[in-house]
Design a protein. Structure first.
Length: 318
């Protein structure tokens, strides 16, 4: 049984609120069994793993939930603020849910219009033109071959390539896309900044956070390994933090010599700014969907006109 993102968001927010109010983990999952009974088997499997001695991050990861939830729970094992880690994961999952809903709203009208145009095209090509004894344009065959080839290529890529890639390999491919690359960079900068703020607020040092990042895996794990390697080779902290996934403002704040609490508070505030920036970038990407579909609709209208006018032109001896 898979859990939709909207349910994962509710799980994070409800669990964070209950834990912040003083409830224990068994109480939290007892509440979830009542509030979200459809996913009772998942809650019971997590409780079974916890009872057998498995940590909460691993127990949640066994249920194939969102990667950010696993990462935040791993960080919470060190800095100790489980409620805050769940709240951060819930905020990001809520952002993803809202963006998906926004994409669905943007797609409804263009897809309905595109479907009507394709229906009109089929009627014209296979109904009107034969009834008038007009020849079919070569554009029909070209369009059918292009659509068939595109669908076959997409299916082949999904079955042979993307479907078999691991999560890390998919992330590496996505980072090469121009629009997605910037969004993912801000996402990992937000993860780094928010995690560092939680560690410092719990009294730990930034070096402890970088060492723990190695256990997270993925781009953040690679980042932690690179920072640790630089420090072991004798580099200053400012030089070790010179990485694309570490915002320059964060690196400067960590090396300004301010008090521990002031640095932690500054990181927390900057993490909130990065989250807003991430939200803005995602909204800009989402807003590109509808214009691209309208370009496709314009091309479809042009094809319909050509498929009507070219046979008429040919029948008049043009």
């Amino acid at each position: 049984m898979s859990m939709p993102l909207v349910i994962q968001e509710r799980f994070c927010r409800q669990s964070a609120a209950l834990i912040a109010a003083g409830f224990s983990l068994p109480d939290v999952f007892a509440y979830l069994r009542v509030s979200l009974p459809k996913y009772r088997p998942i809650w019971e499997r997590i409780e079974t793993d916890l009872a057998s001695g498995i940590g909460l991050p691993e127990a949640v990861d066994h249920q194939a939930l969102a990667p950010i939830l696993f990462q935040q729970l791993q960080l919470a094992q060190v800095h100790g603020d489980l409620a805050k880690a769940l709240a951060v994961a819930g905020d990001y999952l809520g952002l993803r849910v809202r963006n998906r809903q926004r994409i669905g709203q943007l797609l409804i009208y263009p897809l309905v219009l595109l479907g009507m145009l394709v229906t009109l095209q089929v009627v014209v090509v296979f109904g009107v033109l034969p009834a008038l004894a007009l020849p079919q344009s070569h554009l029909v065959h070209t369009q059918l071959m292009t659509m068939g080839g595109g669908l076959a290529a997409g299916l082949l890529i999904w079955l042979v390539g993307w479907h078999r890639l691991t999560l890390a390999q998919r992330l590496q491919l996505l980072q090469r896309l121009p629009g997605v690359r910037g969004v993912m960079q801000v996402y990992y900068q937000f993860q780094f900044t928010a995690g560092a703020a939680h560690f410092l607020l719990a009294g730990a040092e930034i070096a402890d956070f970088c060492r723990h990042l190695i256990t997270v895996g993925g781009p953040l794990g690679d980042l932690g390994a690179r920072i640790q390697q630089k420090i072991q080779q004798g580099a200053e902290l400012a030089d070790a933090l010179h990485e694309a996934l570490v915002p320059p403002e964060v690196a400067r704040l960590l090396t300004m010599g301010q008090t521990h609490h002031l640095v932690a508070t500054g990181l927390k505030l900057f993490g909130e700014q990065l989250f807003l920036q991430l939200q803005q970038r995602l909204e800009r990407l989402v807003n590109l969907v509808q214009p691209l579909l309208f370009l496709l609709i314009g091309g479809e209208i042009l094809l319909i006109y050509l498929q009507i006018l070219l046979p008429l032109y040919q029948s008049f001896g043009g």
